[in-house]
Write a protein that binds this ligand. Sequence first.
Ligand code: PMT
Length: 400
Amino acid sequence: MNGKNILLAVSGGIAVYKAVALTSKLTQAGANVKVMMTKSAQEFVPPLSFQVLSRNDVYTDTFDEKDSGVVAHINLADWADLVIVAPATANVIGKMANGIADDMVTTTLLATEAPIWVAPAMNVHMIAHPAVVRNINQLYADGVRFIEPSEGYLACGYVGRGRLEEPERIVGHLTAYFTEKNTTLAGRKVVITAGATIEKLDPVRYFTNHSTGKMGFAVAETAARYGAEVVLVTSSTKLPVPHGVAVHYIETAQEMYDEVMKHQDSADIFVMSAAVADYTPKVIHEHKIKKQPGDFAIEMVRTKDILAEIGQNKRDTQVVIGFAAETQNVKENALKKLHSKNADMIVANNVAQIGAGFGVDTNQVTFYGHDDAETVFPLLSKQEVAREIIEQAARFLEEK
Ligand code: PMT
């Protein structure tokens, strides 16, 4: 954190008092801290507390230009190496997700090109409200990073998820972000598959599944941050491509196979997180199939198993990591895949579990590695899961 310019955006909730402690901890860690506050944040704690602890002016009003030589919100936006919104209320999250800029905080958030982190704090029902979930998902898709709220006693009297993460843990996340820009995988090539495949039946119909690509994109982003050359093979066109990642868009399992195989010899690490169709229609009809009386059967043929082929042909120096999306007998099925596909590790997730698997921003995984070693993780953000996967891949690579 030494010498990093951290812009802390404080929005109004009882957890503002924790933002005061956060300011102190960030400055103690060596960061230059500037604070901006919404009007409602100032109802809880006066700007003076932040000014004293940050040893900088506090920004509360877009029209209060402290220095006539610059435009304050643009200057602040450009100054920041990282912006952290803590606590982030449902209101400020909603404005961010919809591009609303009606005060100092939201205007600066729109103007900055620095990475934005959001640490939500709100009532347990508010954070689960479909509108808030929708806004959080939008921000994830826009590349915003989240520090998940913890569970516990909330100021409103409820006990549940919604507490602002403790200041020292927020500092830990931000420190890890800066130190993760490391060179652990410099000179290495990582090939990642992500998202669903699309198997056409006729010009209007196809077979696919619920995978959005979020898990694989998080792995790609992390691998790039670790200094690797990253190739991402995916059908997911809606997610932002992480910085430094070469993406190859495909649709079918066959196209994914063809693209991955181009890197069979040159890659050091393979992470196969895609949900690849096991079957594809035997015939792709040139014209739309017309409905007829009676039932209709579609003949399907097996697709190639990309992970199995990469695993079975891998050199001793290559690391191959697969996933197992299961709904029952998770351990047994994951171990079967580990052996049959000759992978170094299988990341197993029970996709029937709430908060895990398809579409969501979190995942609960278990690693099955060499000698069937089992490592169980709690529910984590997909970014955190990605970090664990890349760290483990780097360890395997070192051992080889
Ligand atoms: O994309 P998200 O919405 O973020 O969701 C993430 C996820 C649930 C898709 C992800 O966490 C996950 O579990 N990915 C694997 C999905 C899957 O298809 O698993 P599987 O058990 O059917 O396949 C086992 C492994 O073989 C996987 O690594 C798969 O990529 C690979 N495979 C499967 C079939 C095939 N023809 N070729 C393959 O390479």
